[in-house]
Design a protein around this ligand. Structure first.
Ligand SMILES: NC(=O)c1ccc[n+]([C@@H]2O[C@H](COP(=O)([O-])OP(=O)(O)OC[C@H]3O[C@@H](n4cnc5c(N)ncnc54)[C@H](OP(=O)(O)O)[C@@H]3O)[C@@H](O)[C@H]2O)c1
Length: 240
């Protein structure tokens, strides 16, 4: 086992998740990650570091339960709940099946993974940490992402009571709340819209995956050891 222990990073095949996997691998953690499909970028990282990948569909109850068992077996020190998916469109037109998939992927799955990780940490006496990747859609209203926003807000709602329940075991739980950054998830955003976001951002630029990884690093290393139950916004000030 690695000296640092094991970090579970969900959705580590690309985008922000891939950067988080790389970050914890470089910090010396053994990393266990999952996604529906592998990617060559993740394969390249796996050739350099101790990284285990599993095929998991967070929207499927069976697959979620398998991932929960993987988390239990891994005895993690860290869980980063990064999986996220959006169904773009106005709420009144969104089919019920889509509502259920968005809630299962962005809310039920992270909740199940937190429960598995927290049980393992408590059972094994590990003062571990949990970080959820939320979104500024939880604190400002934006059109076309209502189901996603409410599912992400659900996970943020879990952070405060769990900070109280898990704190006595030395376990910390927080959410990072990013604004826009470029990824496959946001590939539908037009250049005009990106310019609009940049112009509305007090710090005058778009966010990057490095900005979010920096916040996760802060929360999960020495300077963050007295922080729990918080939602840390990383958005250049756009929600001020
Ligand atoms: N991009 C932004 O502007 C932004 C802003 C705020 C918050 N966020 C949040 O940041 C996180 C990372 O987003 P990103 O932009 O990096 O997204 P991304 O590039 O689309 O990556 C999403 C990751 O999650 C996995 N995933 C998606 N649905 C899944 C499912 N049903 N089961 C298992 N894995 C699944 C994907 O792999 P597979 O598709 O192979 O499963 C991929 O590894 C998400 O939680 C997102 O909501 C993003």
């Amino acid at each position: 086992m690695s000296e640092q222990g094991t970090a579970i990073v969900t959705g580590g095949s690309r985008g922000l998740g891939l950067k988080i996997v790389e970050h914890f691998a470089e910090r010396g953690f053994r990393v266990v990650t999952c996604s529906r499909k592998p990617t060559s970028a993740l394969d390249e990282l796996r050739a350099r570091f101790d990284i285990e990948w599993h095929s998991v569909d967070a929207a499927s109850p069976t697959s979620r339960a398998e991932m929960a068992n993987i988390i239990t077996a891994a005895q993690p020190h860290l869980l980063i709940n990064n999986i996220g998916s959006i169904a773009q469109g106005l709420f009144i037109s969104e089919p019920q099946e889509s509502l259920e998939t968005v809630v299962a992927t962005n809310y039920i799955a992270p909740m199940v993974f937190i429960q598995a990780a927290a049980r393992s940490m408590v059972g094994n006496g590990i003062a571990g940490q949990i970080v959820n990747v939320s979104s500024i859609n939880t604190i400002r209203g934006y059109r076309g992402v209502a189901s996603y926003a409410s599912a992400k807000a659900g996970i943020d709602g879990l952070v405060r009571p769990l900070a109280r329940e898990l704190g006595p075991f030395g376990i910390r739980i927080n959410s990072v709340v990013p604004g826009y950054f470029d990824s496959d998830l946001t590939a539908v955003v037009t250049d005009d819209h990106r310019t609009q976001i940049r112009n509305r951002t007090p710090l005058g630029r778009l966010g990057t995956t490095d900005d979010v990884v920096g916040a996760i690093n802060y929360l999960t290393s020495e300077p963050g050891t007295f922080i729990t139950g918080q939602t840390l916004v990383i958005d250049g000030g756009i929600t001020c």
